[in-house]
Design a protein around this ligand. Structure first.
Ligand code: SF4
Length: 600
């Protein structure tokens, strides 16, 4: 059931005023894949009157008053993506579309939406507290490098002038905050909730912080200090042993409490049983691409323990896998099959990494003290349980559900785990990839994959052989569609030549290349900005010029005739002209044909 987006809709529910009003940069799609509707339903279930203001016109304060003054607080999110990532390409060019807006139209949210929305809310209701959250606030909670301004910005909590910041998954912190306010505690005195950050004046207020990282001013002026801050923050992401962190900004402090504890299986099941309409709000007249993409998808778990350096998921969702029970997933599928528009195809069953469903750290004592950013890098931890049988069994049961004709796994998979998951791999290849397995090695050169915290060439080759054997055993003609990143810190033109040669020798072609974007808060972004690996202190080569980035990308697309000129330029620039014969041989087809995956 939809939550109110107008005061009339609130009154129809018998609500004269609301307790919490969410403001979001996305259209309102009532689906559990979107954070704001999920949290709004969660609070509503716990007895709070909740409304949503989606994509308000930010030029005046009036649209922010659509639901009146909430009794407890406003909760602001830029949406499912950082607003700058949503608005600009990796080359900092303005995008023309926005998949989270009706009609796929650009321009429904401002740049730096969290800051702008908070400012309008403060104009409208100066004395109502504003809580900021979502991926934009979460990953910008400390002083951070901003690619679009090419400078270090202070914590978004200071820039937004909000009252509290919720980072990571918001169920526990938001509920605790709302309940304590309902019990009569003063907003300004609630500073101890896990998964939140607030502004303190120092002294008594920062005393619980055993970790103080270099100040905003220090990290803005000194690359080594920036790297040091990143190194100190990283181990404090384990909710079972993290310490509060303080970072001075001028004469005040950002005080960041330890992360929220993961939800239990029972709690997660409960969240996904909330009454979502699985549709956009009926006021929208045009389709919303993001909704079309996810409306028939099922989330099986949260979290990712891969710790890839460029990825924001570990930072936002955490390293602990929180899996739903099979009963809860099958129950959601039953409800999905009862919807009139559902014709039997589940578009995805997975999570941040599909084959991590049901996996966990097998040693609670070690987990309680673990300071590692990845359970897989540099090699899989001995304590990690990688058994894919629970995931394989789930896929079988989902396929067998009444009303389900086809189930795709379109979430990413970690191929280095698949080697240890024969049952899951068998199910995946036999029934769920439609002959084309998409995987993301991202690179194959050891020095680059080591920085990315990804498996290297040997692991990829081993997986290719395994994939080939398994496909043959199943009697299927299957293909691999690999994804790679160009322009990542540590990657030279020569490294890209090696990757292009590897692809050629293995009969692989890429469909699209992701040009590295230094998004806020990640390890790769820290290396991009500082040119230093924060964990070793070593200098790292960083491709920064537009020309080099373009040439790196072209090398991966060397099978396209239109890239030929750039490829020759790239080879010349790194003294690898000798590779031209091998690299360009046989690529005379037109570009459309060249995009067809190569046969394995
Ligand atoms: S002890 Fe190993 S498996 Fe457990 S959380 Fe740490 S790295 Fe992961």
């Amino acid at each position: 059931m939809f939550l109110p987006i107008t005061i009339e809709e609130a009154r129809k529910r018998g609500w004269a005023e609301l307790d919490v009003v969410f403001v979001t940069g996305d259209a309102y799609i009532d689906h559990p894949a979107f954070g704001v509707p999920l949290l709004a339903h969660w609070l509503e279930f716990h007895g709070f009157r909740v409304g949503i203001i989606p994509q308000p016109d930010w030029k005046t304060k009036e649209p922010f008053m659509a639901l009146g003054r909430p009794r407890l607080f406003f909760a602001v999110s830029a949406g499912a993506m950082d607003s700058m990532v949503a608005h600009y390409t990796p080359a900092r060019k303005l995008r023309r579309d926005d998949a989270y807006t009706p009609g796929n139209r650009h321009g429904a949210r401002p740049n730096r939406a969290t800051i702008v929305y908070t400012s309008r809310l403060k104009e409208a209701y100066k004395d109502v507290p504003v809580v900021i959250g979502g991926i934009e606030a979460s990953l910008r909670r400390f002083a951070h490098y901003d690619f679009w301004e090419d400078r270090v910005r202070r914590s978004i909590l200071f820039d937004a002038k909000a009252d509290l910041l919720v980072y990571g998954m918001g169920e526990r912190p938001l509920l605790e905050l709302a309940e304590r306010l309902r019990r009569g505690e003063a907003f300004g005195e609630i500073t101890d909730i896990r998964g939140t950050a607030h502004i303190g004046r120092g002294g008594f207020e920062t005393r619980p912080c055993k970790v103080e990282i270099p100040s905003c001013e220090d990290v803005a002026g000194d690359r080594m200090k920036y790297a040091e801050a990143f190194r100190l923050i990283s181990p404090e992401q384990n909710p079972f042993c993290a310490q509060p962190i303080a970072q001075r900004h001028g004469d005040r402090y950002l005080v960041c409490n330890p992360p929220s504890l993961p939800l239990t299986e029972q709690e997660l099941d409960f969240v996904y049983a909330l009454p979502f309409a699985r549709a956009p709000h009926p006021s929208y007249k045009e389709p919303i691409p993001a909704c079309e993409q996810i409306k028939a998808s099922i989330t099986t778990h949260r979290g990712c323990f891969g710790g890839c350096a460029f990825c924001a998921i570990t930072h936002h969702q955490g390293k602990t896998i929180q899996s739903r029970s099979a009963a809860s997933i099958l129950d959601e599928i039953k409800r999905l099959t009862e919807l009139t528009w559902f014709h039997g195809s589940i578009s995805d069953i997975g999570g941040p990494t599909a084959n991590m469903y049901g996996l966990r750290c097998g040693n609670p004592k070690a987990q309680a003290q673990c300071r590692k950013g990845s359970c897989l890098h540099p090699s899989p931890c001995n304590h990690l349980i990688t058994d894919g049988r629970r995931g394989a069994e789930l896929l079988k049961r989902v396929r067998a559900s009444a009303g389900v004709k086809h189930v795709a796994v379109s979430s990413g998979v970690r191929y280095d785990l698949l080697d240890r998951q024969p049952e899951y791999l068998k199910e995946l290849l036999a029934h769920h990839v439609g002959g084309l397995l998409k995987i993301a090695p991202e690179h194959i050169e050891e020095k680059v994959t080591a920085l990315m915290r990804k498996p290297g060439k040997k692991e990829f080759e081993r997986f290719l052989a395994h994939f080939k054997a398994e496909s043959a055993r199943l009697g299927k003609k299957q293909y691999i569609l690999p994804y790679f990143i160009s322009g990542h810190p540590g990657c030279t033109l020569s490294d890209m030549v090696e990757l292009a040669l590897f692809l050629k020798r293995n009969g692989l072609r890429v469909e699209q290349v992701q040009d590295f974007t230094p998004t806020p808060g990640t390890l790769s972004t820290s290396i991009y900005y500082t040119g230093i690996d924060p964990f070793t202190g070593k200098e790292v080569y960083v491709p920064r010029s537009d020309r080099e980035k373009r040439l790196q990308k072209s090398l991966l697309l060397c099978h396209l005739p239109e890239e030929r000129k750039n490829v020759l330029q790239a080879l010349k620039a790194c003294g690898r002209e000798a590779a031209a014969v091998e690299l360009l041989a046989g690529f005379t087809s037109n570009s459309k044909k060249a995009l067809t995956p190569a046969t394995k």
